[in-house]
Write a protein that binds this ligand. Structure first.
Ligand code: SF4
Length: 326
């Protein structure tokens, strides 16, 4: 039987680098074709025979900078996938022609980097689009996709979070909201309120979705599933090893992997589970009854017969909860 696998493809090119960016990205757009040659060679070198690819995610960078022809070149190298196929797009590089091409290539989910619905915030973040362009991009995506996600940023000094307008909310199914400064290993949430309609369920600390529209690809990361990353700086988890590619855009190579010990796996499961609405299996928390009782008394977690789940208050201090439970 084939094993499930998710595929991440990193497209590092951007028109301009944002000041806050900590992704592997560059503005050498004249290198896109060369990069695609490199990444296609890398993909073809991977043996997909034992795997059934469940999700594909094209992230960046700005994948929507690729022309339909460039994207077609890439898709010719990618394995078949009958599940969720996502592309990230920036509002100023998304067009009808591109959306139509995405559909032809089998892309069925689009994630738009809106970042804010406030013009001053967009300007201060150094974004190339304004609010109208963001809304126009969402309208364009909505014509072609019934699974549209947007990315927003909160906790920006002197810029309060602006809730998406109702007409925008009607066109999207998923919202990711990240704090401006975040560290993937130490989840930090601040008090800045996010008020979304109740049908956007906070299924992960930074992610909200209408029922059935949770990101299947990201859930693989959060539940310890296997994934392979292609491209500069891309990360993978395969055969119990974590490994990543180096960051150099045209000469990147795979760095040696790190085998996960049972203790590391357990710690990861607790951290990732705390981020999720489904919570952490209590089986992982042997000998932690005292800590669990205390956290419950403080209102930071709630218990189900099988799991512990961070409360709204707990989601703000996940790292401290994690330290108590590992
Ligand atoms: S668009 Fe995204 S990836 Fe590109 S520079 Fe800005 S934050 Fe970084």
């Amino acid at each position: 039987m084939k094993k499930p696998l998710s595929v991440y493809v990193h497209i590092p090119f951007c028109e301009r680098r944002c000041g806050y960016c900590d992704f592997v990205s560059c503005t050498a757009l004249n290198q896109i074709d060369k990069y695609l040659q490199h990444i296609c060679a890398e993909i073809k070198n991977f043996n997909f025979q034992d795997y059934q690819v469940k999700t594909i995610y094209l992230g960046g960078g700005t994948p929507s900078l690729l022309t339909p022809e460039q994207l077609e070149t890439l898709f010719k190298c990618l394995p078949p996938c009958n599940g969720e196929v996502t592309i990230e797009a920036n509002p100023n590089s998304l067009t009808d022609v591109k959306c139509a091409a995405y559909r032809r290539l089998g892309i069925n989910r689009i994630s738009i980097g809106v970042q804010s619905f406030d013009l001053a915030t967009l300007r201060d973040l150094g974004r190339l689009h304004d609010v109208k362009q963001a809304i126009d991009a969402i309208k364009t995506a909505h014509k072609y996709f019934d699974n549209v996600s947007i990315d927003l940023i909160k906790d920006i000094p002197n810029h309060p979070f602006v809730t998406p307008p109702a007409d925008v909310l009607a066109m999207i199914q998923h919202i990711s909201i990240y704090a401006l400064t975040k560290d993937d290993h130490c989840v930090l949430e601040t008090d800045e309120p996010v008020n979304l309609p109740a049908d956007f369920i906070r299924y992960e600390v930074s992610n909200y979705a209408r029922k059935g529209y949770e990101s299947k690809h990201n859930l693989v990361y959060w539940t310890g599933g296997e994934y392979i990353g292609f491209g500069a700086g891309a990360h993978s988890l395969l055969n119990n090893q974590r490994f990543c590619n180096s960051n150099d855009i045209l000469t990147y190579h795979r760095e040696p992997g790190i085998e996960r010990t049972p203790e590391v796996i357990r710690e990861e499961q607790i951290m990732l589970g705390l981020r999720l609405r489904s919570g952490v299996a209590r089986d992982l928390l042997h000998n932690k009854e005292t800590e669990i009782k205390l956290l419950q008394e403080y209102g930071l977690i709630r218990l189900t017969p099988t799991n512990i789940i961070a409360t709204e208050a707990g989601l703000k201090v996940l790292n401290q909860i994690w330290l108590k439970l590992v």
